[in-house]
Design a protein around this ligand. Structure first.
Ligand SMILES: Cc1cc2nc3c(=O)[nH]c(=O)nc-3n(C[C@H](O)[C@H](O)[C@H](O)COP(=O)(O)OP(=O)(O)OC[C@H]3O[C@@H](n4cnc5c(N)ncnc54)[C@H](O)[C@@H]3O)c2cc1C
Length: 246
């Protein structure tokens, strides 16, 4: 994925919309190539100038565009994201022909404890949009989302709305790790890193390892900690690491 000079003739698609939330978080809506299919939770591989990276897909398969939620890793650490953040509507990116990944919705588990940091929420939005679109039944979603600052939640409004509309099977708990920061001054919700609240909420939601799948997506340190805390209690845990810790 990291090779610059590929000879493959990759399809180019346009950015049809872009929403900036903060200096380093944006959603990109890109054209979906004809015959491009994916399962909720999979990722696509997009590129600029031959630099390619994986991005989980926010949108559900029935939606017209591929929606991505991207965090800027500033140059010189980040390579592709500084290029992506310079793109405007109608600029083009390359896209690999196939979506990939096994971090997909597993209907056979009744309960899903979905744990994320910031952009790690992406696969879960796709699961739930798809589930509701297809009038799914028999599953429960418990979503825990962690961020440092409230403006990093971004998809929280959609999740709050869904939890209100479907209170029987969707619960959503956002938590901030820096409650004393000026940006968070009016925050009245949960505090602490998301991995520090998983045990409490797995108890409050009365989740049992017998019928629960725990999914952890985003920050690798969070994933390790969730595995330590809930793995030792016998929960099955699936993970999607967006990057490796140094
Ligand atoms: C399966 C998969 C799905 C992914 N989905 C998303 C997604 O939905 N949204 C998204 O923004 N990114 C996602 N990523 C990460 C993405 O592929 C890029 O690595 C990221 O956007 C940074 O790209 P870059 O070229 O700017 O920096 P890179 O050259 O990829 O990375 C530079 C350095 O930053 C670290 N890094 C990468 N991402 C972050 C981050 N968010 N915070 C802190 N450090 C980071 C890397 O480990 C590396 O040390 C996903 C990665 C994988 C493997």
């Amino acid at each position: 994925m990291q090779n610059k000079n590929r000879t493959l003739n990759l399809e180019k698609v346009s950015i049809v919309n872009r929403i900036d939330y903060t200096d380093d978080l944006c959603s990109l809506f890109i054209e979906k190539p004809v015959n491009f299919t994916f399962k909720p939770g999979q990722y696509c591989t997009i590129g600029v100038d031959g630099i390619e990276r994986a991005y989980s897909i926010v949108s559900a398969p029935h939606e017209k565009y591929l929606e991505l939620f991207v965090e800027l890793v500033p140059y010189p650490d980040g390579i592709l994201t500084p290029l992506l953040f310079n793109l405007k509507i109608m600029d083009k990116v390359t896209i690999r022909p196939r979506a990939k990944g096994l971090f997909t919705f597993k209907k056979e588990y009744i309960n899903h404890l979905l744990v994320a940091t910031v952009t790690g929420i992406v696969p879960y939005i796709s699961y739930i949009r798809d589930y509701i679109y297809n009038a799914g039944s028999g599953n429960n979603f418990f979503i825990l989302l962690g961020a440092s600052y409230i403006d990093e939640f971004v998809y929280d409004l959609e999740l709050i709305d869904l939890a209100k509309t479907y209170p029987d099977f969707i619960k959503f708990v956002p938590t901030i790790s820096r409650p004393d920061a000026a940006k968070n001054i009016n925050w009245k919700g949960e505090t602490g890193r998301v991995n520090q609240i998983v045990e409490k909420y797995s108890n409050d939601f009365m989740l049992s390892p017998n019928d629960t799948l725990v999914s952890a997506c985003g920050h690798p340190g969070m994933i390790e900690n969730v595995k330590e805390i809930l793995g030792t209690k016998g929960f099955k845990i699936e993970e999607e690491r967006y990057w490796k810790e140094d």
